[in-house]
Design a protein around this ligand. Structure first.
Ligand code: NAD
Ligand code: DAU
Length: 332
Protein backbone atom coordinates (compact mmCIF):
# COMPACT_ATOMS: atom_id res chain seq x y z
CA UNK A 1 0.00 0.00 0.00
CA UNK A 2 1.31 3.44 -1.00
CA UNK A 3 0.28 6.99 -0.14
CA UNK A 4 -0.29 8.76 -3.45
CA UNK A 5 -0.52 12.52 -3.84
CA UNK A 6 -2.53 13.19 -7.00
CA UNK A 7 -2.47 16.80 -8.23
CA UNK A 8 -5.46 17.76 -10.37
CA UNK A 9 -7.27 14.68 -9.04
CA UNK A 10 -10.67 16.37 -9.36
CA UNK A 11 -10.24 16.97 -13.11
CA UNK A 12 -11.35 14.69 -15.94
CA UNK A 13 -8.34 12.38 -16.15
CA UNK A 14 -7.21 12.85 -12.54
CA UNK A 15 -10.60 11.82 -11.14
CA UNK A 16 -10.84 8.81 -13.45
CA UNK A 17 -7.31 7.86 -12.33
CA UNK A 18 -8.24 8.14 -8.63
CA UNK A 19 -11.31 5.94 -9.25
CA UNK A 20 -9.08 3.43 -11.08
CA UNK A 21 -6.58 3.39 -8.19
CA UNK A 22 -9.34 2.78 -5.62
CA UNK A 23 -10.70 -0.08 -7.70
CA UNK A 24 -7.42 -1.78 -8.63
CA UNK A 25 -4.99 -1.17 -5.71
CA UNK A 26 -4.86 -0.77 -1.91
CA UNK A 27 -3.25 2.68 -2.22
CA UNK A 28 -4.52 5.69 -0.29
CA UNK A 29 -4.90 8.95 -2.19
CA UNK A 30 -4.65 12.61 -1.26
CA UNK A 31 -5.99 14.82 -4.05
CA UNK A 32 -4.56 18.34 -4.35
CA UNK A 33 -6.83 20.40 -6.59
CA UNK A 34 -7.59 24.10 -6.92
CA UNK A 35 -11.15 23.24 -8.03
CA UNK A 36 -11.10 25.52 -11.05
CA UNK A 37 -14.03 25.67 -13.49
CA UNK A 38 -12.71 22.37 -14.96
CA UNK A 39 -12.89 20.34 -11.74
CA UNK A 40 -15.59 17.77 -10.92
CA UNK A 41 -15.48 17.03 -7.20
CA UNK A 42 -18.71 15.07 -7.89
CA UNK A 43 -16.55 12.44 -9.61
CA UNK A 44 -14.91 11.65 -6.25
CA UNK A 45 -17.97 12.02 -4.02
CA UNK A 46 -18.86 8.31 -3.77
CA UNK A 47 -15.30 7.09 -3.01
CA UNK A 48 -14.50 5.74 0.49
CA UNK A 49 -13.29 8.46 2.87
CA UNK A 50 -10.58 6.21 4.31
CA UNK A 51 -9.03 5.89 0.82
CA UNK A 52 -9.44 9.36 -0.72
CA UNK A 53 -9.07 12.80 0.87
CA UNK A 54 -9.26 16.08 -1.06
CA UNK A 55 -7.21 19.17 -0.21
CA UNK A 56 -8.28 22.33 -2.03
CA UNK A 57 -5.24 24.38 -3.02
CA UNK A 58 -2.85 25.56 -5.70
CA UNK A 59 -0.02 23.36 -6.98
CA UNK A 60 2.07 26.54 -7.14
CA UNK A 61 1.68 27.11 -3.37
CA UNK A 62 5.12 25.97 -2.19
CA UNK A 63 4.28 25.81 1.51
CA UNK A 64 1.16 23.67 1.01
CA UNK A 65 2.80 21.47 -1.61
CA UNK A 66 5.83 20.88 0.64
CA UNK A 67 3.60 19.71 3.49
CA UNK A 68 1.62 17.30 1.28
CA UNK A 69 4.66 15.91 -0.54
CA UNK A 70 6.38 15.18 2.78
CA UNK A 71 3.65 12.64 3.64
CA UNK A 72 3.50 10.99 0.20
CA UNK A 73 5.33 7.94 -1.21
CA UNK A 74 4.61 8.94 -4.82
CA UNK A 75 3.26 12.07 -6.52
CA UNK A 76 1.23 11.83 -9.73
CA UNK A 77 1.00 15.23 -11.39
CA UNK A 78 -2.12 15.83 -13.50
CA UNK A 79 -2.91 19.42 -12.42
CA UNK A 80 -2.97 21.73 -15.41
CA UNK A 81 -4.91 24.21 -17.43
CA UNK A 82 -5.77 21.85 -20.26
CA UNK A 83 -7.81 23.53 -23.00
CA UNK A 84 -6.10 24.90 -26.13
CA UNK A 85 -8.88 27.35 -27.02
CA UNK A 86 -8.69 28.93 -23.55
CA UNK A 87 -4.92 29.27 -23.83
CA UNK A 88 -5.36 31.27 -27.04
CA UNK A 89 -7.72 33.68 -25.21
CA UNK A 90 -5.64 34.03 -22.00
CA UNK A 91 -2.28 32.24 -21.65
CA UNK A 92 -1.41 33.41 -18.11
CA UNK A 93 -3.19 30.68 -16.09
CA UNK A 94 -1.32 28.17 -18.29
CA UNK A 95 2.05 29.72 -17.45
CA UNK A 96 1.18 29.80 -13.75
CA UNK A 97 -0.17 26.28 -13.28
CA UNK A 98 1.60 24.29 -15.95
CA UNK A 99 5.06 25.85 -15.68
CA UNK A 100 5.36 27.50 -12.24
CA UNK A 101 3.22 24.78 -10.61
CA UNK A 102 5.44 22.02 -12.02
CA UNK A 103 8.61 23.83 -10.85
CA UNK A 104 7.17 24.16 -7.33
CA UNK A 105 6.30 20.47 -7.28
CA UNK A 106 9.78 19.51 -8.52
CA UNK A 107 11.42 21.46 -5.73
CA UNK A 108 9.17 19.75 -3.17
CA UNK A 109 9.88 16.21 -4.43
CA UNK A 110 13.58 17.04 -4.60
CA UNK A 111 13.62 18.32 -1.03
CA UNK A 112 11.70 15.31 0.34
CA UNK A 113 13.17 12.63 -1.96
CA UNK A 114 9.74 11.53 -3.24
CA UNK A 115 9.14 9.79 -6.61
CA UNK A 116 7.17 11.80 -9.19
CA UNK A 117 5.19 10.82 -12.25
CA UNK A 118 4.58 13.76 -14.59
CA UNK A 119 1.55 13.50 -16.90
CA UNK A 120 1.96 15.23 -20.24
CA UNK A 121 0.57 15.36 -23.73
CA UNK A 122 1.48 14.36 -27.29
CA UNK A 123 0.86 17.99 -28.31
CA UNK A 124 4.39 18.88 -27.21
CA UNK A 125 5.54 17.25 -30.48
CA UNK A 126 3.48 19.60 -32.67
CA UNK A 127 1.61 17.95 -35.52
CA UNK A 128 2.04 15.49 -38.39
CA UNK A 129 0.97 15.55 -42.03
CA UNK A 130 -2.19 13.56 -42.79
CA UNK A 131 -0.45 11.09 -45.06
CA UNK A 132 3.01 10.63 -43.51
CA UNK A 133 3.72 7.17 -42.05
CA UNK A 134 5.64 8.64 -39.10
CA UNK A 135 4.01 8.69 -35.65
CA UNK A 136 5.21 10.38 -32.43
CA UNK A 137 7.89 8.42 -30.56
CA UNK A 138 9.72 9.01 -27.28
CA UNK A 139 12.57 10.76 -29.18
CA UNK A 140 10.43 12.99 -31.41
CA UNK A 141 11.51 16.65 -31.42
CA UNK A 142 9.50 19.18 -29.42
CA UNK A 143 7.52 21.61 -31.62
CA UNK A 144 4.50 22.88 -29.64
CA UNK A 145 1.95 25.14 -31.39
CA UNK A 146 -0.28 26.73 -28.74
CA UNK A 147 0.33 28.43 -25.38
CA UNK A 148 -1.14 25.27 -23.77
CA UNK A 149 1.19 22.83 -25.52
CA UNK A 150 4.17 25.18 -25.11
CA UNK A 151 3.51 25.35 -21.36
CA UNK A 152 3.34 21.54 -21.17
CA UNK A 153 6.58 21.32 -23.19
CA UNK A 154 8.24 23.72 -20.73
CA UNK A 155 7.06 21.54 -17.83
CA UNK A 156 8.47 18.40 -19.49
CA UNK A 157 11.84 20.14 -19.92
CA UNK A 158 11.83 21.18 -16.26
CA UNK A 159 11.15 17.58 -15.17
CA UNK A 160 14.01 16.22 -17.31
CA UNK A 161 16.42 18.87 -15.99
CA UNK A 162 15.50 18.06 -12.38
CA UNK A 163 16.05 14.35 -13.12
CA UNK A 164 19.40 14.82 -14.80
CA UNK A 165 20.93 17.53 -12.65
CA UNK A 166 18.99 17.70 -9.37
CA UNK A 167 18.66 14.00 -8.45
CA UNK A 168 14.87 13.84 -8.76
CA UNK A 169 13.35 10.38 -9.36
CA UNK A 170 10.70 10.99 -12.01
CA UNK A 171 8.99 9.30 -14.95
CA UNK A 172 7.08 11.10 -17.70
CA UNK A 173 4.24 10.13 -20.00
CA UNK A 174 2.83 11.85 -23.08
CA UNK A 175 -0.67 10.70 -23.96
CA UNK A 176 -3.00 11.28 -26.90
CA UNK A 177 -6.60 12.61 -26.78
CA UNK A 178 -8.68 11.10 -23.99
CA UNK A 179 -12.43 10.56 -24.00
CA UNK A 180 -14.84 9.06 -21.47
CA UNK A 181 -16.93 10.00 -18.42
CA UNK A 182 -16.54 13.30 -16.53
CA UNK A 183 -14.87 15.18 -19.42
CA UNK A 184 -15.74 18.90 -19.43
CA UNK A 185 -18.26 20.02 -22.07
CA UNK A 186 -15.71 22.47 -23.51
CA UNK A 187 -13.86 19.51 -25.10
CA UNK A 188 -14.70 18.17 -28.57
CA UNK A 189 -16.52 14.87 -27.91
CA UNK A 190 -18.57 15.91 -24.85
CA UNK A 191 -19.37 19.25 -26.49
CA UNK A 192 -20.97 17.57 -29.49
CA UNK A 193 -22.82 14.94 -27.44
CA UNK A 194 -24.23 17.52 -25.02
CA UNK A 195 -25.07 19.92 -27.85
CA UNK A 196 -27.32 17.25 -29.36
CA UNK A 197 -28.74 16.20 -25.97
CA UNK A 198 -29.65 19.85 -25.24
CA UNK A 199 -31.22 20.63 -28.63
CA UNK A 200 -28.20 22.51 -30.01
CA UNK A 201 -26.25 21.79 -33.19
CA UNK A 202 -22.90 20.06 -33.58
CA UNK A 203 -19.99 22.49 -34.18
CA UNK A 204 -17.08 21.39 -36.35
CA UNK A 205 -13.95 23.54 -36.66
CA UNK A 206 -13.07 24.21 -40.31
CA UNK A 207 -13.27 21.26 -42.67
CA UNK A 208 -12.95 18.69 -39.87
CA UNK A 209 -10.06 16.90 -41.53
CA UNK A 210 -7.82 17.21 -38.46
CA UNK A 211 -6.98 13.81 -36.98
CA UNK A 212 -6.82 12.93 -33.30
CA UNK A 213 -5.67 9.60 -31.81
CA UNK A 214 -8.36 8.68 -29.26
CA UNK A 215 -7.80 6.70 -26.06
CA UNK A 216 -10.38 5.85 -23.40
CA UNK A 217 -9.50 7.61 -20.14
CA UNK A 218 -9.50 4.31 -18.23
CA UNK A 219 -6.73 3.02 -20.53
CA UNK A 220 -4.72 6.17 -19.74
CA UNK A 221 -5.18 5.36 -16.02
CA UNK A 222 -4.01 1.76 -16.40
CA UNK A 223 -0.96 2.96 -18.33
CA UNK A 224 -0.01 5.48 -15.63
CA UNK A 225 -0.41 2.75 -13.00
CA UNK A 226 1.83 0.43 -15.04
CA UNK A 227 4.48 3.18 -15.17
CA UNK A 228 4.23 3.74 -11.40
CA UNK A 229 4.61 0.01 -10.79
CA UNK A 230 7.15 -1.00 -13.45
CA UNK A 231 8.45 2.15 -15.17
CA UNK A 232 12.10 3.08 -15.02
CA UNK A 233 13.05 6.37 -13.35
CA UNK A 234 14.20 8.95 -15.91
CA UNK A 235 12.22 7.32 -18.73
CA UNK A 236 9.42 8.74 -20.88
CA UNK A 237 6.53 6.56 -22.11
CA UNK A 238 4.13 7.47 -24.90
CA UNK A 239 0.54 6.39 -24.23
CA UNK A 240 -1.91 5.80 -27.08
CA UNK A 241 -4.43 3.22 -28.24
CA UNK A 242 -3.88 3.52 -32.02
CA UNK A 243 -7.33 4.95 -32.79
CA UNK A 244 -6.76 7.75 -35.28
CA UNK A 245 -9.96 9.44 -36.47
CA UNK A 246 -10.69 12.58 -38.50
CA UNK A 247 -12.90 14.99 -36.54
CA UNK A 248 -15.57 14.85 -39.23
CA UNK A 249 -15.83 11.07 -38.83
CA UNK A 250 -16.23 11.40 -35.05
CA UNK A 251 -18.95 14.01 -35.59
CA UNK A 252 -20.78 11.72 -38.02
CA UNK A 253 -20.57 8.78 -35.59
CA UNK A 254 -22.04 10.90 -32.76
CA UNK A 255 -24.82 12.21 -35.03
CA UNK A 256 -25.71 8.65 -36.15
CA UNK A 257 -25.73 7.34 -32.57
CA UNK A 258 -28.16 10.03 -31.47
CA UNK A 259 -30.49 9.51 -34.44
CA UNK A 260 -29.49 12.55 -36.56
CA UNK A 261 -28.54 12.80 -40.22
CA UNK A 262 -24.77 12.66 -40.79
CA UNK A 263 -24.66 16.16 -42.32
CA UNK A 264 -26.66 17.81 -39.55
CA UNK A 265 -23.79 19.98 -38.23
CA UNK A 266 -22.41 23.55 -38.47
CA UNK A 267 -18.95 24.40 -39.70
CA UNK A 268 -17.57 27.11 -37.41
CA UNK A 269 -14.45 29.32 -37.25
CA UNK A 270 -11.34 27.18 -37.20
CA UNK A 271 -8.86 27.22 -34.29
CA UNK A 272 -5.86 29.50 -34.93
CA UNK A 273 -2.69 27.42 -35.43
CA UNK A 274 -4.85 24.25 -35.41
CA UNK A 275 -2.64 21.12 -35.25
CA UNK A 276 -3.43 18.84 -38.17
CA UNK A 277 -2.75 15.33 -36.92
CA UNK A 278 -1.56 13.57 -33.77
CA UNK A 279 -0.57 9.90 -33.74
CA UNK A 280 1.21 7.94 -31.02
CA UNK A 281 3.45 4.93 -31.41
CA UNK A 282 2.95 3.13 -28.07
CA UNK A 283 5.40 0.26 -28.81
CA UNK A 284 7.70 1.03 -25.88
CA UNK A 285 4.88 0.99 -23.31
CA UNK A 286 3.51 -2.25 -24.72
CA UNK A 287 6.87 -4.04 -25.06
CA UNK A 288 8.60 -2.88 -21.87
CA UNK A 289 5.68 -2.66 -19.43
CA UNK A 290 3.27 -5.19 -20.99
CA UNK A 291 0.46 -2.59 -21.14
CA UNK A 292 -2.56 -3.19 -23.41
CA UNK A 293 -5.62 -0.95 -23.86
CA UNK A 294 -8.91 -2.48 -22.70
CA UNK A 295 -11.08 -0.19 -24.90
CA UNK A 296 -9.51 -1.13 -28.24
CA UNK A 297 -12.86 -0.59 -30.04
CA UNK A 298 -13.31 3.20 -30.28
CA UNK A 299 -16.90 2.96 -31.55
CA UNK A 300 -17.94 0.86 -28.54
CA UNK A 301 -16.15 3.26 -26.16
CA UNK A 302 -17.85 6.22 -27.84
CA UNK A 303 -21.27 4.54 -27.51
CA UNK A 304 -20.62 3.98 -23.74
CA UNK A 305 -19.61 7.64 -23.42
CA UNK A 306 -22.74 8.88 -25.19
CA UNK A 307 -24.86 6.77 -22.81
CA UNK A 308 -22.92 8.17 -19.82
CA UNK A 309 -23.68 11.77 -20.82
CA UNK A 310 -27.35 10.92 -21.42
CA UNK A 311 -27.45 9.49 -17.86
CA UNK A 312 -25.59 12.40 -16.20
CA UNK A 313 -27.49 15.49 -17.32
CA UNK A 314 -27.54 16.96 -13.79
CA UNK A 315 -23.75 17.08 -13.81
CA UNK A 316 -23.18 18.80 -17.18
CA UNK A 317 -26.34 20.87 -17.67
CA UNK A 318 -25.38 23.54 -15.07
CA UNK A 319 -22.27 24.81 -16.87
CA UNK A 320 -23.38 24.19 -20.45
CA UNK A 321 -24.89 27.64 -21.24
CA UNK A 322 -21.72 29.40 -20.08
CA UNK A 323 -19.45 27.19 -22.20
CA UNK A 324 -21.58 27.75 -25.28
CA UNK A 325 -21.76 31.53 -24.66
CA UNK A 326 -17.93 31.69 -24.61
CA UNK A 327 -17.70 29.69 -27.84
CA UNK A 328 -20.38 31.83 -29.51
CA UNK A 329 -18.34 34.97 -28.75
CA UNK A 330 -15.42 33.43 -30.65
CA UNK A 331 -17.65 32.42 -33.58
CA UNK A 332 -17.30 28.77 -32.61
P1 NAD B 1 -8.88 19.07 -16.71
O1 NAD B 1 -8.84 20.47 -17.17
O2 NAD B 1 -10.12 18.28 -16.88
O3 NAD B 1 -8.50 19.00 -15.17
C1 NAD B 1 -7.44 19.72 -14.62
C2 NAD B 1 -7.57 19.70 -13.10
O4 NAD B 1 -6.46 20.45 -12.56
C3 NAD B 1 -8.85 20.39 -12.59
O5 NAD B 1 -9.46 19.62 -11.58
C4 NAD B 1 -8.36 21.72 -12.04
O6 NAD B 1 -9.15 22.20 -10.95
C5 NAD B 1 -6.95 21.34 -11.58
N1 NAD B 1 -6.08 22.52 -11.50
C6 NAD B 1 -5.94 23.52 -12.43
N2 NAD B 1 -5.06 24.44 -11.99
C7 NAD B 1 -4.62 24.01 -10.77
C8 NAD B 1 -3.71 24.53 -9.83
N3 NAD B 1 -3.04 25.68 -10.04
N4 NAD B 1 -3.48 23.83 -8.69
C9 NAD B 1 -4.14 22.66 -8.46
N5 NAD B 1 -5.05 22.13 -9.31
C10 NAD B 1 -5.27 22.80 -10.45
O7 NAD B 1 -7.65 18.36 -17.42
P2 NAD B 1 -7.51 16.85 -17.95
O8 NAD B 1 -8.05 16.75 -19.31
O9 NAD B 1 -8.01 15.94 -16.89
O10 NAD B 1 -5.91 16.74 -18.05
C11 NAD B 1 -5.15 16.29 -16.93
C12 NAD B 1 -3.69 16.23 -17.32
O11 NAD B 1 -3.51 15.33 -18.39
C13 NAD B 1 -3.10 17.57 -17.78
O12 NAD B 1 -1.80 17.67 -17.29
C14 NAD B 1 -3.11 17.47 -19.30
O13 NAD B 1 -2.08 18.25 -19.85
C15 NAD B 1 -2.84 15.98 -19.47
N6 NAD B 1 -3.36 15.38 -20.71
C16 NAD B 1 -4.67 15.54 -21.07
C17 NAD B 1 -5.16 14.89 -22.21
C18 NAD B 1 -6.60 15.01 -22.64
O14 NAD B 1 -6.97 14.47 -23.68
N7 NAD B 1 -7.47 15.67 -21.88
C19 NAD B 1 -4.29 14.10 -22.98
C20 NAD B 1 -2.95 13.98 -22.60
C21 NAD B 1 -2.51 14.61 -21.44
O1 DAU C 1 -3.63 15.34 -27.60
C1 DAU C 1 -3.82 15.52 -26.24
C2 DAU C 1 -4.60 16.79 -25.98
O2 DAU C 1 -5.95 16.53 -26.38
C3 DAU C 1 -4.55 17.24 -24.52
O3 DAU C 1 -3.24 17.59 -24.19
C4 DAU C 1 -5.48 18.43 -24.27
O4 DAU C 1 -5.50 18.74 -22.89
C5 DAU C 1 -6.88 18.06 -24.74
O5 DAU C 1 -7.74 19.18 -24.59
C6 DAU C 1 -6.85 17.60 -26.19
O6 DAU C 1 -6.48 18.71 -27.06
P1 DAU C 1 -7.25 18.98 -28.45
O7 DAU C 1 -7.07 20.41 -28.77
O8 DAU C 1 -6.89 17.97 -29.46
O9 DAU C 1 -8.76 18.65 -27.96
P2 DAU C 1 -10.17 19.39 -28.20
O10 DAU C 1 -11.19 18.53 -27.52
O11 DAU C 1 -10.14 20.81 -27.84
O12 DAU C 1 -10.36 19.28 -29.77
C7 DAU C 1 -10.23 18.05 -30.47
C8 DAU C 1 -10.34 18.34 -31.96
O13 DAU C 1 -11.68 18.76 -32.26
C9 DAU C 1 -9.46 19.47 -32.42
O14 DAU C 1 -8.99 19.15 -33.74
C10 DAU C 1 -10.38 20.69 -32.48
C11 DAU C 1 -11.71 20.07 -32.85
N1 DAU C 1 -12.94 20.72 -32.31
C12 DAU C 1 -12.97 21.03 -30.98
C13 DAU C 1 -14.11 21.58 -30.43
C14 DAU C 1 -14.17 21.93 -28.96
C15 DAU C 1 -14.04 20.93 -33.13
O15 DAU C 1 -14.02 20.63 -34.35
N2 DAU C 1 -15.18 21.46 -32.59
C16 DAU C 1 -15.26 21.80 -31.28
O16 DAU C 1 -16.32 22.27 -30.83
Amino acid sequence: MRNLLVTGGAGFIGANFVRHVVEHTDDAVVVLDKLTYAASPEALADLPEDRVRTVVGDVADAELVGRLVQDADVVVHFAAESHNDNSLRDPWPFVHTNIVGTAVLLEAVRHHGVRLHHVSTDEVYGDLELDEPRRFEEGSPYRPSSPYSASKAAADHLVRAWVRSMGVRATLSNCSNNYGPWQHTEKFIPRQITNLLSGRRVKLYGEGLNVRDWIHVDDHSSAVLAILDRGEVGETYLIGAENERANIDVVRAILRSLGHAEDDFDRVTDRVGHDLRYAIDPSKLRAELGWEPRFADFDAGLADTIRWYADHRDWWEQGKDQVEAAYAKAGQ
